[in-house]
Design a protein. Sequence first.
Length: 86
Amino acid sequence: MRTLSKVILFSSCATMALSLPAYGEVTSRNKEIAERFAKCDTNHDGKLTMNEAKGCMPRIYDHFSYIDTGNKGYVTVAEIQMMAAR
């Protein structure tokens, strides 16, 4: 019985590990988002407005109101990264 419990536990842990994105993939994705954000943030204020996103980050533009949950009129790189992680 102990062996069966260990096998079930190992199997569960392995399944959970496979369903999580690899650390390197997340780091790479976040770096790419930050680089694109920096290019699109034309006034370099750390905020991306809908107008700045329009031609530069079309997926962000298309989902702007979903990302800008507080209706601030801008999104930050951290907000975009959090949405990409979902």
